[in-house]
Design a protein around this ligand. Structure first.
Ligand SMILES: Cc1cc2nc3c(=O)[nH]c(=O)nc-3n(C[C@H](O)[C@H](O)[C@H](O)COP(=O)(O)OP(=O)(O)OC[C@H]3O[C@@H](n4cnc5c(N)ncnc54)[C@H](O)[C@@H]3O)c2cc1C
Length: 378
């Protein structure tokens, strides 16, 4: 009888894991992917939707397409995990499995500023597009409401893209763009080379950066920081606060901070060895960034570990603790690359460098979007 592999979440990590495990094991496995959403969405393109470069249909594909790859897709909400009994409770009934891969992402909590916008979801991107349509120029502020949000570089990309959009609209001269963050410098965790390059691009676009800015109140059209600084705004773009997915937080997999406990090198649960947790649900607790590229490599890796369990030999990919992120600033782009090897081992900072910079780098992000859909869900 085929081994049942259940994948929870059809985002970056889940989509890769489901494809890879099916590719490695063929008929030896029955792969089912569960997601509440009918579509896989390519989240790096949300800002492009906000700035009018893409329509929603262009940045998502029906998860039902997975049938062509021999993967069963079930549209259902995951309600509870019961790893002691190899069961998952969903809105479509109870499911059982031999192996479970959990990639349910991070969960957005209510935003502290009701008048803010966030292209951190497709709906959020469309709301921001509507606001920009009516924007006649003024003070734009982009910032974070907490330290944990998908894609650490995205606020800087959004600031760059909004600045470019204002130029195109012809209202740049009457506008200011400011970015605030809890960190002292942009992407401080990636080291001085990356921070320096991002600062250089922001400066060249006339965007002011405010570091160590911890927002404590959003009142009267101003963001107020703990140390008394204030940033007035006419348009506020703010990351919502995020937490590890509720289903995982409330399950026997969760550790004291709400993040699931997994082995750092294999992403396997120490208590339930047939369960793996990958992606944004777990990465901040492993000192890995909540980024699609990391979830992607984890998905490939855990598929290999499952294949190895079943075949009795290691036949997968080694986990690649590397992240490359194409940062699109609208009229400029940067491709930083980081290895998190030392961070995972607890021996030091990530080692990062700039692979490319320039307008043309934007094109590589668009090419990657096409490659992503073509290889995983078309
Ligand atoms: C604006 C923006 C730009 C980004 N740009 C980049 C980039 O350039 N490069 C990069 O590497 N990363 C980028 N990211 C981050 C990247 O998209 C995420 O880190 C990645 O998608 C995380 O993958 P995941 O599988 O952990 O979770 P997700 O991709 O979030 O997938 C989780 C899935 O689980 C489903 N789900 C959640 N709860 C339930 C439930 N209870 N029942 C059923 N289904 C459920 C969701 O519908 C979703 O499909 C960006 C993110 C954003 C928001």
């Amino acid at each position: 009888m085929a081994t049942k592999v259940l994948v929870l979440g059809g985002g970056s990590g889940g989509l890769v894991a489901a494809n890879k495990v099916k590719k490695l094991l063929g008929r030896e496995v029955e792969v089912t992917l569960v997601d509440k959403n009918a579509y896989h969405e390519f989240m790096p393109a949300y800002p492009w939707v906000a700035f009018g470069m893409r329509e929603p249909e262009q940045v998502r594909r029906p998860l039902g397409n997975l049938a062509k790859r021999g993967i069963e897709y079930l549209q259902a909400t995951v309600e509870a995990l019961d790893p002691a009994n190899n069961k998952v409770k969903t809105s479509a009934g109870e499911l059982s499995y031999d192996y479970l891969v959990v990639s349910l992402g991070a969960e957005a909590l209510p935003v502290p500023a009701k008048d803010s916008y966030a292209p951190w979801s497709l709906e959020g991107a469309l709301r921001l597009r509507e606001a920009l349509k009516n924007f006649k120029g003024g003070r734009v502020v982009v910032g974070v409401s907490g330290p944990y949000y998908p894609c650490p570089p995205a606020p800087y990309e959004v600031a760059g893209q909004v600045e470019f959009a204002l130029k195109v609209k012809g209202v740049r001269e009457k506008s200011t763009v400011d970015v605030f963050h809890l960190n002292p410098l942009p992407l401080a965790g990636m080291g001085p080379v990356i921070s320096g390059k991002v600062m250089e691009i922001l400066r060249s676009k006339g965007i002011a950066f405010h570091g160590e800015f911890e927002p404590v109140a959003f009142e009267g059209g101003k963001v107020k920081a703990k140390d008394g600084r204030e940033l007035p705004y006419d348009l506020l773009i703010l990351t919502p606060p995020f937490a590890p997915n509720r289903v995982v937080r409330e399950s026997p997999l969760a550790g004291p901070q709400g993040f699931p406990e997994v082995h750092k090198g294999t992403f396997r649960s120490p208590k339930f060895p047939n369960v793996f947790v990958i992606g944004d649900t777990v990465n901040p607790s492993l000192m890995l960034p909540p980024a699609g590229v990391v979830a992607h490599f984890q998905g490939e890796y855990v598929a290999g570990v499952i294949a190895s369990d079943l075949k009795g030999a290691y036949i997968g990919e080694p986990f690649n603790p590397v992240a490359m992120c194409i940062m699109d600033f609208g009229d400029n782009a940067l491709l930083p690359q980081c290895s998190f090897e030392r961070l995972l081992a607890g021996t030091g900072m990530p080692s990062c460098g700039v692979m490319a910079v320039g307008k043309w780098v934007r094109v590589t992000k668009m090419l990657f979007e096409g490659f992503w859909f073509a290889t995983l869900i078309e």
